[in-house]
Design a protein around this ligand. Sequence first.
Ligand code: UDP
Length: 244
Amino acid sequence: MPDGERTYRRVLLKLSGEALMGEGDFGIDPAVMSRLAREIAALAADGYELALVIGGGNIFRGAGLAGGGMDRVTGDHMGMLATVINSLAMGDALRKAGVDARVLSSLDMDQVCEPYAVYRALEHLDRGRVVILSAGTGNPFFTTDSAASLRAIEIQADLLIKATKVDGVYSADPMKDDSAVFYSRLSYDKALADKLGVMDATALILCRDQDLPLRVMNINDEGALARLLKGNDIGTLVSSGEQA
Ligand code: UDP
């Protein structure tokens, strides 16, 4: 599974909550969920060790709730609970696709899922299970992008994949600006300096400081995930020293 000089075996895939919505504007589209689960199941069957972090933006985001007058910390707690809802749904879809999947949570809720601890996640991965790491970092004022970077580093993933609705990173929003330039390679520093909206700065800095390569790719492009892990140059690679 080469990509340049890297070999990927253990991968953390970050899906935004919006990736689960399909054409809707809230919640989960079951057809989209099953399609994603099938793609992930095929990769698990191929022997990749997979961890997932799923956002909650299809249900609640703390900043949005705070904008409507709610206390920010309460809003963030609601956002983190939204990620648990999405993760439970993904766990179910993966099990239906024949995968042994476990949901772990950074907030304790023993009746619903397992508490997150890195040793537990690693044990599941060693046994060929897909782990879904929910409730973000467990702390308000963070995002699931930061949770994805943090957990990817903790479990010593070879690659962090951020699945989005566009093909990778552009100089501007390609949906709004026809002159937007696509980057197939990017350094962490350029992504940070140019505020390219790859991930939030906390998440990117964690990746940079621990030299964790990051791929940004389009999850709506069916099969792209498998092609990427099989060594195809899909999306944008953000890594140290690679200039646009
Ligand atoms: N959140 C949080 N701490 C974390 C991760 C998430 O408080 O470590 C909350 C925050 O309110 C965030 C919401 O959960 O807006 C949903 O996560 P995110 O916005 O990252 O979801 P996505 O945009 O990926 O769907």
